[in-house]
Design a protein around this ligand. Sequence first.
Ligand SMILES: CC(C)(COP(=O)(O)OP(=O)(O)OC[C@H]1O[C@@H](n2cnc3c(N)ncnc32)[C@H](O)[C@@H]1OP(=O)(O)O)[C@@H](O)C(=O)NCCC(=O)NCCS
Length: 215
Amino acid sequence: MTGTAPADAAWAGIIISRLAIGRLRLRSPESQGLVCSTISTWASLHRAGGFVSQKGRASRKSAAANVRIIETSMIEIRRGSRDDLDAIARIQASCPDAAQWAPADYLDHDLRVALLDNRVAGFLVTRLLGTLDGNSECEILNLAVAAQARRRGIARRLIGDFLTGFSGSVFLEVRESNNDARSLYNSMKFMEIDRRPEYYLSPTEAAIVMKFHSC
Ligand SMILES: CC(C)(COP(=O)(O)OP(=O)(O)OC[C@H]1O[C@@H](n2cnc3c(N)ncnc32)[C@H](O)[C@@H]1OP(=O)(O)O)[C@@H](O)C(=O)NCCC(=O)NCCS
């Protein structure tokens, strides 16, 4: 970890304390009002070359220069319903890397949607495979985030919401070439446990099997 300039440290302290109570309102020395969503603040600051990254690095730039309007929306996760299927179909159709199921079939499983500015911006579908001695086995059937809403922490929030209170193992398959999704799962401590050659068709490609264990 590199050193933190005093001004940066002060701003970081303010952010940490404000994050703990939910919505964050900051005013920079230039009096720009900011309302940031709690979860995406870290990622947004990180991407903006801001003063604190997720890895704890501190920028040497002044805090004032880095404070800018980052995010004015909130991400909300809730259960998906029939009313969400049109939006899910649109997102899925725009994501060739996602599984292409009939959206109505998702209602037979655990369906969660992420709302950004009150509109469905992503969804996660999981299926319970079984439970033994309090430990469950689940699989992720599909996950997709609308292209214009990516890199705001939506997929991470969806998976985090699903894992909250979950005890057991979660499995998934992902196309070998799908580096975005593999980065996401790796960042969330999923382990690559197997490779299945020619698992996918159109185009033919291997699947990487990943597993997450939650105690
Ligand atoms: C993969 C996907 C779901 C990620 O959704 P997202 O909301 O953009 O992901 P997040 O913003 O929560 O990203 C969380 C972390 O995942 C990693 N990540 C996500 N997208 C990435 C990308 N394009 N490049 C590198 N890393 C990426 C990063 O570590 C990121 O953290 P950071 O932004 O702080 O660096 C999205 O790109 C998508 O819908 N892709 C098409 C469908 C698909 O591939 N589904 C998966 C099927 S298995």
